[in-house]
Every structure is written in C-alpha cells, then in structure tokens.
Ligand binder design. Structure first.
Ligand code: DIR
Ligand code: MN
Ligand code: MN
Ligand code: MN
Length: 307
C-alpha cells in the first residue's frame, strides 16, 4: 500500500498560468497526511523540478502550425511518463497532481507501459481527444487522449518521437462530457469509444453510468484501472478555480461517487488529478473549495468511505 505522489506543476498545455500551482496547494491542504491516515505510505517525486534550469519556459517560437508549445509539453510529458512508469514498476500507485491535462500524455503512456492490460477512465467535461489536425485552440491539454492512442500520428510535431501510443479504443471510457468539439464527436463515434455525457448521467443516474463504464473497459474486473480526473468534470458551483469551467456538470457527490466506486472494485492502480488553478478563483473561498475537492477526489479514490 504505497503511493508515489508525482508532482506535475505544469501549465504549457493551455494559455492560463496558475495551474502549475495546483500541486503545492493540494500539499498545503494536507493531501499527503490525509492519504497516510487512510493507511498508505507516501513518497514524493518531482520529475519537473529542474525544468527552469533546463530553460524550459514559454517560448513564442515553440509552435507547430497552430499547436502551442509542442517542445515544452513533450519534454514535461516525457519526464512524467518516466516517473509514472517507474512508480508503477516499483509496485507503488502513481498519483499525479497537475498541472494541466496535457501531462496525461505522460501518465497514461507511462502507466500502460508498466501495465499493458490496464484500462482508463477519463473523468472530464471535455473529451481531450483532439488531434493535431482537429484542434481548434492549438492547446495540447485538449489532445492527450489522441496522442496516447496514436491518432493522426503522421501530423505529430517531431518532438513526440519518444512516445509509443499504447491505449486501445476499447480500453477507455469517459464520464462527465458536455463540451465536445465537432471533430472530437466524429472521432468518438468512428472509433466506437464508450462515452457518457451529462445526458447519460441524467438519464441513467450516476450509479448505472459508472457500472456501464467499468463493464465496457473492464468486463471481468481483472484489469488495473487508471483514472484521469479533470476537476472541471464537477460543476463550477463546487469547482470554480479551473481553466475551462463548463456549467451543468456533475454534483460534488456524483463526482466523488465515481472514484468511490472504482475504489470498491479494488483495481484502482493509477490516478491523475488535474486542472486545479488557484489563481482563477474570485476569492479565497473558491480556492479552498476547489483544492478541497481535489483532495477529496484523491481520498475517495484511495479508500475513504462515508461509513
Ligand atoms: C477544447 C477545450 N476542446 C480544446 N478543451 C479543454 O481546446 O481542445 N480541455 N478545455 O480540458
Ligand atoms: Mn517508455
Ligand atoms: Mn476539462
Ligand atoms: Mn481535461
């Protein structure tokens, strides 16, 4: 029962600075001791610690067509990849705290190298499956799933040569979607990817949705489960301090229920908590709310129960 807390203070996958402060805020809120209270031993890994020394800051010439900062995102992802893979191979559970969601290029590819039979639950308002050809924003936090699946590889910026796509379309399911680009809708449909939007949460209830999602990617309940959790899946009423809030989202209880249910399967093996951006809050209460939600997601995924 060991966790490697992987800090990913990274904002290069989108334009709003402040998201790189997420990890420190969660630590300051007591995340590490909360996990130890649940019976976990924790250690901290900081694969991005010396990015500044490497001169890896935002550089206007770091572009590939409309795609912004491919070099910066690639370098950070590669380090996160190595850290997650190493943690998983040591039989510890990699818990990666972001940072923007582009770091999942590293978490998913790294975890699946260690555990090729794994499956992935992507909790998000967004599908993050834009390719280099479909992205309208040029922000790489909207693209990590397409990278780890190897979509449109011919168009990849050359920086991503290190990346070996290892996620199959039948091993990912989404919950919480409500802001999906036209090109992304086509990809989801063409590849037959299991995706539950807020419509499905309303229609079936969150209990049934989680059951169906897990059944699709892990029918025998024998695969390690990686949960990549973007806090913007939860309604902005509860999570204000995030870069791209979208109304009509999951209630806080629905959001926590998803990870409680994954925890109950006994197969959670990797977790990302991303996109908390304390600097976007209008007041201190918003910061505290958002950071508390981030910590609660981690605790519920890692065994905290109400009774
Ligand atoms: C949009 C927004 N689909 C994009 N994506 C966001 O930029 O590709 N992802 N906000 O978290
Ligand atoms: Mn590798
Ligand atoms: Mn999102
Ligand atoms: Mn996301």
């Amino acid at each position: 029962r060991k966790i490697t807390l992987i800090l990913a203070p990274f904002d290069g996958g989108q334009p709003k600075s402040g998201v790189e402060e997420g990890p420190q805020h969660l630590l300051d809120a007591g995340l590490q001791s909360q996990l130890e209270e649940l019976g976990w031993t924790t250690s901290i890994d900081e694969p991005l610690k010396d990015l500044d020394l490497l001169g890896l800051k935002k550089d206007a010439s770091d572009v590939h067509g409309i795609v912004k900062r491919p070099n910066m995102v690639s370098l950070a992802s590669q380090r996160i990849h190595d850290a997650v893979k190493t943690a998983a191979l040591k039989n510890t559970l990699p818990l990666t705290i972001g940072g923007d969601h582009s770091i999942a290029i590293g978490t998913v590819s790294g975890f699946f190298e260690a555990q090729p039979d794994a499956c992935l639950l992507w909790i998000d308002a967004h599908a993050d499956i834009n390719t280099i050809s479909t992205t309208e924003s040029g922000n790489l936090h909207g693209c990590p799933v397409s990278f780890v699946m190897g979509l449109d590889k011919e168009s990849w910026p050359p920086h991503f040569k290190w990346l070996r796509p290892n996620l199959r379309a039948d091993r990912i399911a989404y919950i919480g979607l409500r802001d999906v680009d036209k090109g992304e809708k086509k990809i989801l449909k063409d590849l037959g990817i299991t995706a539950f939007s807020m419509y499905h949460v309303d229609k079936y209830g969150i209990g049934k949705v989680v059951e169906m999602a897990l059944k699709a990617i892990n029918p025998e309940n024998n695969r390690p489960v990686h949960v990549s959790y973007d806090v913007d899946a939860i309604d902005p009423l509860f999570v204000q301090a995030t870069g791209t809030p979208v109304k009509d989202g999951l209630t806080l209880r629905e959001g926590l229920f998803i990870v409680e249910e994954v925890a109950a399967t006994g197969n959670l093996a990797a977790l990302d908590v991303v996109e908390t951006n304390p600097s976007l809050a209008l007041n201190e209460t918003h910061v505290l709310d958002t950071v508390r939600v981030g910590c609660a997601i981690a605790r519920c995924a890692l065994g905290e129960t109400l009774l």
